[in-house]
Ligand binder design. Structure first.
Ligand SMILES: [Zn+2]
Ligand SMILES: [Zn+2]
Length: 363
């Protein structure tokens, strides 16, 4: 005699019978999902930055919040009591949830699997409420309170930081701000202050980000870094320190004449913190390494603003007659000390050095 489903009475000629149930009744008798870890999926969204929190852990939303919600849902399903090998197949679309007001979304989730090798895989649909609460994440709360762990200062001791430098520094900071700093949620700039005498103060949320930005600025500005730390407060019996990174921009600027390895050079430009030099005597260009571009290796001889101007009175190689634009004194020198392609009447700037006059670039 054939087998009969103990539930609906179907015979094995109508449908396969496994463990006393026809396949249709089997699927109902042995659900794939026995229980979810929680009755509903509770998520909190930060109303400031839209990041999402699940079980006290904040997750950064980079592209779409739906991706993060799916990730959280995967973790949720992993913890569900379920038949071995059960897979999540489809989740109903919940669109882009609003982040300014709490919302509830009914998710319909389809699972597929089979607890028994004799039973072909079947599907089960489950309802799950997704609750999105609205809050403010710790980072945004700290940011709003102006919290910072570290200050990065950009300074120059003997001169003001000029407008070009200030602009360049702002660009560098912008680049760093746009980098997703290893997902560090405290990598923010709480306050940005332009100092009146030139220079910048940055108040930064995380010590690590401050260190990173300080080294990046120093490298690009051919500057040195001074680090200091002081006790700010005591929290839960533990000392809280405030660190300061002072980036000292060198006294020299583009256009200045410096001594490098006992020879006179003009600084042509800074290329990502590497200094390009022009040898006044040999007229060779040389770009120093990052390490060599340190202020310790260059001695300033003349600031560009102090280089005298001359007017070419008569260019008759091998000689040239020059008149100092300030003192109106005239002087004859060998024409090899000025650049080619000049003609009478041109105004040029020159460095007046112990070994003679050398034309410099007016940059
Ligand atoms: Zn049945
Ligand atoms: Zn936030």
């Amino acid at each position: 005699m054939g087998q009969i489903c103990c539930k609906c009475g179907k015979t094995d000629s109508e449908e396969k019978i496994v463990e006393g149930f026809c396949l249709s009744c089997y699927a109902l008798e042995f659900p794939l999902i026995i229980s979810f870890p929680e009755k509903q999926l509770n998520i909190t969204a930060c109303k400031v930055c839209s990041d999402l929190m699940y079980h006290s852990k904040w997750r950064q939303v980079i592209d779409s919040p739906a991706d993060i919600i799916h990730e959280i849902l995967d973790g949720f399903v992993k913890k569900a009591k379920k038949a071995k090998g059960t897979k999540l197949m489809v989740v109903s679309d919940f669109g882009d949830p609003p982040f300014d007001i709490a919302s509830k979304h009914l998710l319909k989730i389809i699972f597929e699997g089979s607890p028994n090798a004799e039973v072909p895989p079947y599907q089960q649909e489950m309802d799950l409420n997704l609750i999105i609460n609205i809050g403010v994440c710790e980072r945004c709360a700290k940011f709003n309170r102006g919290y910072f762990e570290s200050i990065v200062q950009v300074r120059s001791d003997q001169r003001d930081i000029n407008e070009d430098e200030q602009r360049f520094i702002s660009e560098l900071i912008k680049t760093k701000k746009e980098e997703n700093f290893g997902g560090n949620r405290m990598a923010y700039i709480a306050k940005f202050e332009d100092q009146t005498r030139g220079g910048i103060d940055l108040y930064i949320g995380s010590e690590n980000f401050a260190k990173n930005i300080a080294h990046y600025l120093a490298e690009n500005l051919a500057a040195s870094i001074e680090y200091s730390t002081k006790l700010k407060s005591v929290k839960d019996g533990k000392p809280v320190y405030l660190s300061t990174y002072c980036i000292r921009v060198p006294y020299f600027e583009v256009g200045d004449v410096v001594e490098y390895q006992h020879e006179s050079h003009q600084i042509i430009r800074f290329v990502f913190g590497r200094i390009e030099l022009f040898n006044l005597k040999t007229r060779d260009h040389k770009t120093l390494s990052h390490k060599e571009s340190h202020p310790d290796n260059l001695i300033i001889i003349k600031k560009k603003v102090n280089l005298p101007k001359f007017i070419i009175m008569a260019l008759q190689p091998p000689n040239v007659s020059l008149m100092n634009s300030g003192s109106f004194e005239t002087i004859d020198i060998n024409s090899q000390f000025i650049f080619e392609d000049h003609s009478d009447g041109d105004e040029i700037i020159m460095a007046d050095l112990p070994n003679g006059l050398f034309e410099c670039f007016d940059i």
